[in-house]
Design a binder for this molecule. Structure first.
Ligand SMILES: [Mn+2]
Length: 327
C-alpha cells in the first residue's frame, strides 16, 4: 500500500459512474459503517452506488445514518463499473454480494486483515489499521473526497466497534486523532452513538450470554477459555446471528486467559469458530488458517466441518499444542 494506490483509487472513484460497495457475510460495525461511509461520499460526487451485503442491514446497526442504502444483495446480477470489497479477507466471504456483481471493469480491495491475499486490481491491505473505517477515512481525506456528518458517524461507529471502544492493541495515536477529527468535523454526539452501539441490546442477548456461560470451559491451566452455542439453544432463544457479536470478550476479560474461543453450531454441518488472543506471541490467525479460516493476529475465525463436540475437541487441542510449544 502506498500513497500512489490511494491516488489511483481516488482517480477510479472520480472517473467511473456505477459502483457496488460490498462487505463480508455476518457483517460487523466496521464492515457496515465503512460501506455506508464510502457510499455516502460517492453519492455526494453524483455517482450511482449500490451497497450490498448478504445479510442486509442488521437491526443493531439500523441507527447508522442512511442505513437504508445498504440492502441484501439482489438475486439477479448487476453490471457495475467498479466493485469495491471492504473489510473482507477472502473474496468468497462476500457471499451473495459477490454473485450480485455480474461483471466489473475494476475490483478494489480495501481491508486490514493479515490473511487477505490481495485479490483485486487495486489493493490496500493495511494490517496496522485497527479498522477498515480508518483506511476509508485516510482515503477520503487524502483524495479530497466529500465528507459530512453522516459519513463521520458511520466511520466513528466502524472504528469504535472494531477497536473494542478504543481498547485493542492496534488502537494508535493516529486512531485517536482520526476519532477526534470525526467528532470535531462531523459534529458527532459521542455519548449518543455509544448508547446506540453499546447500551441498546435486546434482552435476548443477555439471555444468550447466560446460556453460553453454562457451557463455559477452562483448559491449559486456565489459559484457554471457551463456550459454545448449539442450534437448539439458538432456536430456543430465537437468537439472531448478530446477538453474539462481542460476547467472546467476557472470556477474554478473565485474568490469566490468553486465548478465548467461541464455538457456534451452524445449519450446514459446520461450526463457526471465533478466537481471540491477548498475547502477540499466540497468533490465532495462524491457528485459524490451519482450519481454513483467517483474520488478525489477535482476532480470527474459521468454519470447521464436524459436530460441535468434535470441532471443540480438535480446535482446543491445537490451541493447547501452540501454547505448549510457546511455554
Ligand atoms: Mn474490520
Amino acid at each position: 500500500m502506498s500513497n500512489s494506490t490511494f491516488e489511483q483509487i481516488g482517480k477510479v472513484l472520480r472517473e467511473h459512474q456505477h459502483f457496488a460497495i460490498l462487505g463480508h457475510v455476518r457483517p460487523d460495525g466496521d464492515a457496515l459503517g465503512s460501506q455506508l461511509a464510502l457510499a455516502l461520499s460517492l453519492e455526494q460526487l453524483g455517482k450511482d452506488v449500490r451497497v450490498w451485503n448478504e445479510d442486509g442491514m442488521l437491526e443493531k446497526y439500523s441507527f447508522l445514518p442512511r442505513a437504508e442504502l445498504l440492502t441484501k444483495s439482489p438475486a439477479r446480477a448487476h453490471h457495475v463499473d467498479v466493485a469495491i470489497a471492504l473489510d473482507t479477507a477472502i473474496q468468497n466471504r462476500l457471499g451473495t454480494a459477490l454473485a450480485a456483481v455480474g461483471s466489473a471493469k475494476i475490483w478494489i480491495n480495501i481491508d486490514h486483515h493479515l490473511s487477505n491475499p490481495g485479490y483485486g486490481d487495486l489493493v490496500i491491505v493495511d494490517v496496522s489499521a485497527p479498522a477498515t473505517g480508518e483506511i476509508i477515512f485516510n482515503l477520503i481525506t487524502s483524495q479530497g473526497l466529500p465528507f459530512n456528518h453522516d459519513i463521520a458517524e458511520n466511520l466513528y461507529a466502524a472504528i469504535s466497534t472494531d477497536t473494542g471502544s478504543f481498547q485493542y492493541p492496534n488502537t494508535s495515536a493516529r486512531t485517536f486523532e482520526i476519532a477526534a477529527e470525526l467528532v470535531r468535523a462531523g459534529g458527532l454526539d459521542v455519548g449518543k452513538i455509544s448508547r446506540q452501539l453499546y447500551e441498546n441490546y435486546p434482552r435476548r442477548r443477555l439471555e444468550l450470554l447466560r446460556e453460553l456461560l453454562r457451557t463455559m470451559r477452562f483448559s491449559a491451566h486456565d489459559r484457554v477459555a471457551s463456550f459454545s452455542l448449539s442450534l437448539k439453544t439458538a432456536a430456543d432463544l430465537s437468537v439472531l446471528p448478530e446477538d453474539n457479536e462481542g460476547l467472546i470478550d467476557h472470556l477474554r476479560a478473565v485474568r490469566g486467559v490468553i486465548v478465548a474461543v467461541f464455538f457456534e453450531e451452524l445449519v450446514d454441518g459446520k461450526v463457526r469458530v471465533s478466537m481471540r488472543s491477548k498475547d502477540e506471541a499466540v497468533d490465532v490467525c495462524a491457528i485459524c488458517q490451519k482450519f481454513g479460516g483467517g483474520g488478525h493476529t489477535l482476532a480470527a475465525g474459521a468454519r470447521v466441518r464436524g459436530s460441535l463436540a468434535e470441532v471443540e475437541e480438535k480446535v482446543l487441542e491445537e490451541i493447547r499444542d501452540v501454547l505448549k510449544r510457546g511455554s
